[in-house]
Design a protein around this ligand. Sequence first.
Ligand SMILES: *[C@@H]1O[C@H](CO)[C@@H](O)[C@H](O)[C@H]1NC(C)=O
Ligand SMILES: *[C@@H]1O[C@H](CO)[C@@H](O)[C@H](O)[C@H]1NC(C)=O
Ligand SMILES: *[C@@H]1O[C@H](CO)[C@@H](O)[C@H](O)[C@H]1NC(C)=O
Ligand SMILES: *[C@@H]1O[C@H](CO)[C@@H](O)[C@H](O)[C@H]1NC(C)=O
Ligand SMILES: *[C@@H]1O[C@H](CO)[C@@H](O)[C@H](O)[C@H]1NC(C)=O
Length: 587
Amino acid sequence: MFARLVSCAVLLSTVLQPVLAVWPAPKSYTKGNSVLYLHQNLQVTYNGEALTYTYGYSPRAPTSKEIVQAAVSRALGTILNEEKFVPWMLLNRGQLKNFEPDVHKGQKWLSSLKIVQTAEDKPSAFKPLAGEVDESYKLTIGTDGDIKLTAASSVGILRGLETFTQLFFMHSSGTFWYTPFAPLSIEDAPKFPHRGVLLDTSRHWFPVSDIKRTIDAMAWNKLNRLHIHVTDSQSWPLEIPAMPELAQKGAYTPSQIYTTADLDEIQRYGVYRGVEVYLEIDMPSHIGSVAESHPELIVAYDAHPYHWYCAQPPCGAFKLNNTGVDKFLDTLFADLMPRVAPYSAYFHTGGDELNANDSMLDEGIRSNRSEVLQPLLQKFVDKLHQRVRNGGLTPLTWEEIPLDWNVTIGKDTVVQTWLGAPSVKKLTRMGHKVIDSNYNFWYLDCGRGQWLNFANGAAFRTFYPFNDWCGPTKSWRLIYSHDPTAGLTEAEAALVLGGEVAVWTETIDPQTLDSIIWPRASAAVEVLWSGRTDPATGQNRSMIEAQPRLVEWRERMVNRGIRAAAITQQWCSMADDNKGTACEHVV
Ligand SMILES: *[C@@H]1O[C@H](CO)[C@@H](O)[C@H](O)[C@H]1NC(C)=O
Ligand SMILES: *[C@@H]1O[C@H](CO)[C@@H](O)[C@H](O)[C@H]1NC(C)=O
Ligand SMILES: *[C@@H]1O[C@H](CO)[C@@H](O)[C@H](O)[C@H]1NC(C)=O
Ligand SMILES: *[C@@H]1O[C@H](CO)[C@@H](O)[C@H](O)[C@H]1NC(C)=O
Ligand SMILES: *[C@@H]1O[C@H](CO)[C@@H](O)[C@H](O)[C@H]1NC(C)=O
């Protein structure tokens, strides 16, 4: 009887001990189970100097201290004012009272947060090339109430503060905040230096507020690159003061334009959060919207049938042997490079899906033969990438430029792949740096059906049941299973800088943006930050281990104002006190 009671008590306490639900998983940690309470008068210091916690503090300049001060303000504001996370949904019905500490019994308070940055930030810390900034950090919470956060860069401190926010729960009384994990020690560093989201703002436009909210959630997830695919054939929403007609005529409507001030604000917002925002102006294809203002430079705009000329209407490519295009691009880059260079080390030049047939319609070429087009494209790309370098930036290109068109590119150039592992293998073998966006895993727009129409009759029958080209939907489980370096040698893998999940927006607009990205981008984050392999087991990470942490993380994001999608039914996380096993399918 006594033995049974003991084992029952042990069982109860193990059942109600929460997982350390840090997402993405830290490199290593140890934790205890003492409870410590947080209050807003925590004594915060940065390199020994007091930092007063001011709710909603906005940085006044991109300096290390301002960035850290604002990040501390966000971290405490998140826990105490915004997230207010009571984890009833991570526990079986009625179990919350057994999980929560008794607030009437001897509370121990956290007293200080000592932040130490062990090195000075280089200017490149605020607009790094991959690998230029050390994002590692060490976080400890002692049972004496002292918190220590140490990092070599302010970016490492930002990452550590994001981890810090994930350690706290609000008590259901509504007036206490606690962590049950003391003493705690975390050492953390990312596996890949480039961890991004691609957002297409041409098929649909997104207000600055949506982009800032996305940057916020990216920073919480330790993502560090926002790639804005800002223009395409559908619309040109980017103000270019040297050529105002581009946006005046190419945007969907005058209210859907990113002004120079908007762009500055978005990029600066990213810098303060350790998220480098960089632009893509896709060319020589995917540039039809330029024809609205400069029709003489573009071929095949809105050509029919569109599928002879491009992947989706309204087509449109630069004329590849036209001096007007050179002049246009000189003006465009002279205008744009100095405005983006203060905040970013990269500029994406596009280069995907060029259809040789476009040049059949070009009166200066009238050919679709690669022997004719390839040398023209080589010259076009050489000049294009040089304009980026002249602006002090590093070019990115889509994989088709080197792989399909055999265009020679510089070793500085980063190649973004979307066609999968064979492309990553080929490019890294050639010695190119790669970021991976394998559409079979990391295209978040896939699997939601066609947006094209098919008339009754043959077209209807051919395309029924109207699947899109890249279905099925990439669930978080599939996203989580992808390793961008699978099948590579060590030397090849070393050239993979990381990856991006892609949000192409044919059928995505501000109404659904959050639920498309979150929490699925988080699944990719854990691959990119923590690695596909779990160091604890030496095996692939398990979705059964991951689910409880992702469920909790998704709940926290929801509480912070992100309309993130559910990843399992509520019952699954409640039934086993969020262990990930209640809904395991055992074979
Ligand atoms: C190019 O256009 C021709 C018609 O002129 C068409 O038959 C062919 O399929 C097109 N090629 C591609 C790759 O779409
Ligand atoms: C490109 O333009 C130049 C100058 O107009 C011309 O000499 C050359 O033949 C053109 N090349 C092609 C492939 O049409
Ligand atoms: C080039 O054009 C010819 C004639 O229209 C067409 O048959 C062929 O498929 C085209 N080639 C490509 C690569 O599109
Ligand atoms: C590029 O090179 C490959 C392999 O040599 C060849 O199959 C392909 O036709 C070439 N493409 C062009 C556009 O020259
Ligand atoms: C680990 O995951 C990879 C895909 O990332 C998969 O190909 C491989 O089979 C998995 N290994 C095991 C032992 O399950």
